[in-house]
Write a new protein. Structure first.
Length: 92
């Protein structure tokens, strides 16, 4: 279902909000208000042309974790910083 279409996404949200209205759960009411305030931005993010692959970010985070684990006990923080900055550079 393409929720980024303004009308359809708004209908789905309104239906869910109406179902929660009679539950009288303050936390969900606050959440619904938050979503309502930011609905345009959320809908814009859901458009297919705005989606990016998170694979690179995940790979970089994993490499940083490995480097941190290997660098345990290093006394020079600058060395760790340089290793992280250069970990994705191609080999010469």
């Amino acid at each position: 279902m393409e929720l980024y279409v303004r009308g359809l996404g708004q209908k789905v949200f309104d239906n869910g909000k109406a179902l929660l209205k009679w539950q009288r759960l303050k936390l969900y009411e606050k959440f619904a208000e938050l979503v309502e305030r930011h609905f345009d931005g959320i809908a814009a993010f859901c458009k297919p042309e705005n989606k990016d692959s998170l694979g690179f970010a995940e790979a970089l985070n994993n490499k940083i974790r490995v480097i941190q684990r290997q660098a345990y006990g290093l006394r020079v923080e600058e060395y760790l910083r340089l290793k992280i900055l250069t970990c994705m550079l191609p080999d010469i």
